[in-house]
Design a binder for this molecule. Structure first.
Ligand SMILES: Cc1cc2nc3c(=O)[nH]c(=O)nc-3n(C[C@H](O)[C@H](O)[C@H](O)COP(=O)(O)OP(=O)(O)OC[C@H]3O[C@@H](n4cnc5c(N)ncnc54)[C@H](O)[C@@H]3O)c2cc1C
Length: 340
């Protein structure tokens, strides 16, 4: 199965609900995002890697790594046995609590936002629209969502801190959420965390980290699949260059860090500033912003300029069109705008 065959839905817009339940619909009528079956998608990626000559060690756990004589020695536990591997480059794609980053002193995320999702069957609503729910009561520090996924939907949220599952239970009781899930039945629980922060480096001698391990998820939406895949292309390019030059020094591998921070990293940095501004808002300020945005001219601008992977683009356009929004920006975002 190819990665493309794992697509189970297409999203053409969003319904956004304010804390009081006021609804704004942003629907450009064109595909803005795709939904994949994550388990199938991961399988398709592994199959592609195997086709290209990779070896897989199913159920193996990397237990430790150190640098020895210009190489990395890696200990891997599998089937109650520990095996020792020696490699020129170790790439840690081991998620938000990356062991590889810890072992090689690569800075960890400033914060991990707890998240929880329930995959449900029987969720109502337009399958082409994601639903986003904002409210300090049930999703403090982030927001909640319903993401249609084929004939099911993922109903979830992230929060700044605390018990994400308890907050999700609260969110499911909100009338604006309840109307979509009254008939719904749970299928699967998904728990995780979103890394927040921008790493000073994503490499060391003989080592690179990528994906959530390098905080490459978007602080605005929590989405990390597109950004991780993009950054992994930079990572692979540098790994090939390093092998060609037989140079695995941090100075050489810095090319990877420079490549991703100089491209998608610029957006990720802005996303952190947007996130910080957003989390400072009180519910009544969110209502005021809804009041400003709920205007046909502004909604058209969002539809035309909005890009789920580059939210800052529409942000700047909105500020030019509606300077009233400036007062809701935090210090970080103001400083960024001043430098532009
Ligand atoms: C609730 C929630 C919902 C999300 N929804 C979306 C979404 O709709 N769209 C989107 O784009 N992103 C979403 N994300 C973010 C997305 O899941 C991550 O950004 C993405 O999975 C990062 O991929 P990764 O490969 O870096 O890490 P992961 O997907 O976490 O993979 C890391 C892998 O490394 C393995 N591992 C860890 N340590 C070791 C070890 N020592 N030895 C061996 N293996 C190890 C883990 O078992 C895991 O399989 C969501 C996140 C959360 C928390």
């Amino acid at each position: 199965m190819s990665c493309k065959e794992t697509i189970i839905g297409e999203i053409h817009g969003a319904e956004i609900f304010s804390p009081s339940g006021r609804r704004i619909v942003l629907d450009g009528g064109e595909t803005e995002a795709i939904v994949v079956d994550r388990a199938m998608f991961d399988r398709a990626i592994v199959t592609e890697a195997l086709r290209a000559g990779a070896h897989s060690f199913l159920g193996a756990q990397a237990a430790g790594a150190t640098r020895v004589d210009g190489h990395v020695e890696l200990l891997v536990n599998q089937d109650e046995e520990t095996r020792r591997f020696r490699c020129k480059i170790l790439i840690g794609a081991d998620g938000v609590r990356s062991d590889v980053a810890k072992w090689f002193n690569i800075l960890r995320p400033r914060k991990i936002l707890p998240g929880f999702e329930i995959e449900m069957y029987g969720v109502d609503g337009d399958p082409g629209l994601v639903k986003l729910f904002v409210g300090q009561d049930f999703a403090p520090g982030f927001f909640g969502w319903i993401i249609p996924s084929g004939d099911t939907a993922r109903v979830g949220l992230c929060v700044g801190s605390g018990n994400a599952y308890a907050y999700l239970e609260k969110m499911l009781e909100q009338p604006m959420v309840k109307r979509f899930v009254t008939r719904a039945q749970p299928i699967l629980y998904i728990a995780g965390g979103i890394p927040l922060g921008f790493p000073k480096r994503s490499h060391a001698d003989n080592v690179m980290v990528v994906g959530d391990a390098a905080c490459q998820a978007k602080a605005t939406s929590g989405g990390g699949i597109f950004t991780s895949l993009l950054c992994s292309t930079f990572c692979a390019t540098t790994a090939i260059e390093a092998l060609e030059r037989d140079d695995f020094s941090a100075r050489m591998l810095h090319r990877y860090h420079k490549a991703w921070t100089g491209s998608i990293g610029k957006e990720l940095r802005k996303d952190i500033a947007i996130h910080e501004s957003f989390t400072r808002l009180k519910d009544h300020e969110v209502e005021e912003i809804f009041e400003v945005l709920d205007n046909p001219k502004i909604l058209r601008l969002i539809r035309e300029r909005g890009d789920i992977d580059f939210p800052s683009k529409v942000g700047w356009a909105l500020l030019r069109e509606e300077p009233r929004l400036l007062k809701y920006l935090g210090k970080g975002l103001r400083a960024m705008i001043a430098r532009m």
